[in-house]
Design a binder for this molecule. Structure first.
Ligand SMILES: [Zn+2]
Length: 215
């Protein structure tokens, strides 16, 4: 079972929680519920940011969202120092903090987030006329599609760069557009990439832990 599903076991409010306990997903992996909860507890101490991000995204946990934003804000401060070498002031701290929050919000979107679904329907794949023309009659649906270029397979419409800028400029009205795109947009992009890296690390840690327990 992937970590993103394991997380919902911990959340009694999750509509998936009851279903998760009854289906064979734990049985097929050879893991007990206790094994999974133990692994989650251990991950909490090792990959706290990744776990908080994933709880916020997949379990829509608002407390974990705050924790994730806090971790992202710490990262944003580090990145911001590179942008504004003259040192930190309150204004820069506000921008960095806001970028962290917006990046975590973008990371947290799923296909059921209103307005987030890509034109491919959220599947991340689109029908390919060439593949269809060449395919044998018994081809599987997967063999007739290719990854969607628009969302690069995520199924989610990217948040327009201009929307992030507009959100930031309401907090820092004197921030010029070219300054934002030159200095701060790369910080935002790095923060978003940081979110995905944290998720990958948590996932990898979970795989390692549960493999050991299942063995
Ligand atoms: Zn798409």
């Amino acid at each position: 079972m992937r970590l993103q599903y394991a997380l919902t076991m911990n959340d009694p409010k999750s509509p998936d929680a009851a279903a998760m306990q009854s289906v064979s997903s734990t049985a097929t992996s050879g893991l007990t519920r206790t094994d999974i909860l133990t692994a989650l507890g251990y991950l909490q101490s090792k990959e706290g940011a990744g776990l908080a991000l994933m709880y916020a995204k997949y379990a829509k946990d608002s407390g974990e969202f705050k924790r994730a934003v806090k971790a992202a804000a710490t990262e944003a401060q580090v990145l911001a120092i590179k942008v504004v070498s003259k040192g930190r002031d309150r204004k820069h701290a506000v921008i960095a903090q806001s970028l962290a929050r917006l990046a975590v919000l973008e990371y947290c979107r799923t296909a059921d987030t209103p307005g987030a679904k890509c034109r491919c329907g959220g599947t991340g794949r689109i029908a390919d006329a060439e593949l269809i023309a060449r395919a044998p009659k018994d081809a599987k649906p997967d063999e007739l599609t290719r990854p969607c270029e628009r969302c690069r397979g995520t199924g989610l419409r990217p948040v327009p760069a201009s929307r992030v800028y507009r959100a930031i400029v309401t907090l820092a009205p004197e921030l010029a557009e070219h300054t934002y795109y030159r200095h701060w947009r790369p910080v935002y992009d790095s923060l978003l990439a940081w979110c995905y890296t944290q998720e990958d690390r948590a996932e990898a840690g979970y795989v390692k832990l549960t493999r050991r327990e299942a063995a």
